[in-house]
Structures are given as C-alpha cells and as structure tokens.
Design a protein. Sequence first.
Length: 422
Amino acid sequence: MSGEVFLVRRRNVALIVQKYGGTSVGNVERIKAVAERVVRTAKQGNQVVVVVSAMSGETDKLIGLAHQVSSSPPEREMDMLLSSGERVTSALTAMAVEALGCKAKSMTGRQAGIITDKVHTKARIERISGERIHKALRDGNIVVIAGFQGVTEGETDVTTLGRGGSDLSAVAVAAAVGADLCEIYTDVDGVYTTDPNIVPAARKLRKISYEEMLELASLGAKVLQTRSVEFAMKYNVPVVVRSSFNDNPGTLVAEEDMDMENVVVSGVAYDKNQTKITIVDLPDKPGIAAKLFDTIAGANIVVDMIVQNVSSDGKSADISFTVPKTDSRRALEVTEAVSKELGAKRVDMREDISKVSVVGVGMRTHSGVASQMFRTLAEHGINIMMISTSEIKVSCVIDLKFTELAVRVLHDAFGLAASAGT
Ligand code: ADP
Ligand code: ASP
Ligand code: MG
C-alpha cells in the first residue's frame, strides 16, 4: 500500500465503516433494515461509509451463468461479471438510505479509488486514494461502496478480490480514510470458538487477537476473509464482528492483550475448500521440489500443506500437497505437465478431503495439543492423511465426510464450550 493509507485524520465526529455481507442484504427487506441501521448510526453524529456484498447467492449464480456459456471463462470477463453483484446492492442501499431522508452516494470500486494489481479474480489492493470518499462525506453523504472489487492502475480493467473479498474492501477503506472503527455485519453475532452453525454449544469470544483471527480465517473460518485480517493487523484497524439481525455486542478483533492469554486453544476451524494432489514415484534428487512448486506458484496457485515421503531405497519420493478447490483443475494440469517432465509415475487428485485445525496463542507455552488432537480423532475412527503445525495451530487433513464430527469432538475435547470467556 502507498502512504495514502496512513492518512489518519483527527476529527470531532467519529468515522465508521460498516460492511454488510450477503445475507445482511439478501433481499429488499434486509436492504431496508440495513439502511435503517446506517441512518441510525449517522444520526448519532457519526460519518458513515458503508461497504456492501452482493445479495446472498448472487455471486454463485453469476459463476454458474459463466460456466453455462464457457467451460473456462476468461478471468477478466469473470471479474466484469462478478463485480456487477456488488454494484446492484450498493445502488439499492444508497436508494434505501435516501428514502429515509439522508443523503447517500453509491460508488463502484473504481469510483472509490481502489487500485489493485492485475491478478484477475484474486487481486490485491495496492492503494486507495480516499479523496473521493472524503469529498462525498464532506458534502454530507453516507457513502455506499460496492465491495469485492477494484480497478487496475490507469483504470484499465475491473478486478475482484477473491471470495469473501468485501471484508477486505471494508478494512482497506477503513485504513485509507482513517476510520475510527470497522464494523463487519454478518449473520452471526461475533467470532465463536468454532462455527456456531455446526456446534450450537460454541461460545462467542468477546475479543480475539489479530494473530489468532488470522489463523482461524486462513484455516477456513469464513466469518472474516483472511486478507482482511492481515490488513487490519498491518494497519492496526480495530474490527468488530456483529450481527445485522440484532443489537448484540460483537467480537473485537484487536492486538493481543493480557486477558487473551490464558487459554491454550481458542478455536477450531475447518476448511472444505481443499484438494489433495499426490505425485507418485518422483525421482528423489535436488531441485525437484523447487521446479514443481515454482511452476505451481507461477500459475498463481497458493499451495497450503506439503508432505514428502522418500521410499525406503531412497531413490524415489511421493509428494502430496493441497490447493484451494477452486484452483484444483488448473493445479492438476500444471502438475501433470511438470511431473511428466520430471519423470514421475503418475499424479492422483482427491477432492473429498477437508482440513480441521485447532488454534490458540497459548500453544506457544503448552505442549500436548497435537497429541490430544490426534488421540481425539483416532478415538472417533477418523484417519489423518496429512498434518501441519505452526507455533499457534495444528491442522489435519481428513476425509470430507468426517468434517462436522471432527469439529464437534475437538471442540469438546479442548473444553471450548465450558471454559471461561476471554
Ligand atoms: P457474510 O456473507 O456476512 O460475509 P459469511 O458467510 O462469509 O458471511 O461468514 C459468516 C459465517 O461464518 C457464519 O454464518 C458461520 O457459519 C461461519 N463461521 C465459520 N467459523 C466461524 C466462527 N469461528 N465464528 C463465527 N462464524 C463462523
Ligand atoms: N460477493 C462476494 C462473494 O460471494 C464477495 C463477498 O461477499 O464478500 O464471495
Ligand atoms: Mg464473508
């Protein structure tokens, strides 16, 4: 990001960014309810910038349409298509706010000055020139920005920011305009110890550190998109996750502090958006892994877990790795091409897998979390295909059909429902 992002200004009134996700703007009634909340916030004396997602199901519907006209739609055109969903909600929300008697102005990503790199369908925000937003606010408007989108330098092409990317739009806009708070309104009233839709006994966290939230998000807890948390952490944007369906207090995502430190495991996450690719019988010599993963990275595919097994005679190796399901077809093509070049026997792909993870900053100082996780899964007959660990998480790849069971038993095993709140 350029220096423009650091433009933090001192004001007499608070500047609040409110992001509303798909279910929060899922129909006309919901959009009207959002407009009421926005107007209420403005009438309390705040300046308000709203960032909206497409109506729920809309992005999937557009992807479906694309695949009906082409088996491999060009990514530039996908971005043109998908960005339209958010454009619809931004205009409707601005109209609904105007209907309540407040001035509002909707903006596309381009109009809001959101400049990204050229990586279509998963672009990164490079900078935001907040000038146009500030001008509209100074003119007394509630500004409603279409989330999930930007434009390349020189305003040549529309880009989108990856699934769930409206969270990133909101946090980046909050950083760019120096907002006092970024509220993420969704269909749950905060960040829980695990997905409350899978484990009803999950407990809402009052606060969570950026670091833990980043792990949970990157391990699949879609309540916040991973890059949005990275961004919030980097620019120290205070984020609150709340429900647009009630007034319950939400979860504050902020820097780690004393009262966050006393739990070993703070959450369980799962990710069904994973595919495992295995290259069988690769010659085991220096440079093979480098060549393989360089080629995959060159195709803009992010590899997550990697496991290598060398045969007992030391001559060949199997390498397994995971990639996002959305990239699996391209990853397989690229891998098959390199494997042939490298002299591997064959490439296998498994899409019916998932990754379950336990996360907690307390793991830094406590041992035994990994073994307890493995024991718990074993006791329930769940086989582990891959393992990866970091300082504050342990992840296992398992059979997709055991995902919910694994999440429930791990949540229980680590006493998450019962332990004292943070
Ligand atoms: P939006 O459309 O508002 O962006 P998402 O569907 O992207 O909403 O994210 C909200 C969903 O995240 C919840 O409905 C819930 O199922 C899921 N979720 C997964 N893990 C968690 C968690 N630890 N805490 C809260 N919600 C979670
Ligand atoms: N509409 C986009 C999606 O469904 C972006 C978002 O909702 O954040 O992924
Ligand atoms: Mg989301």
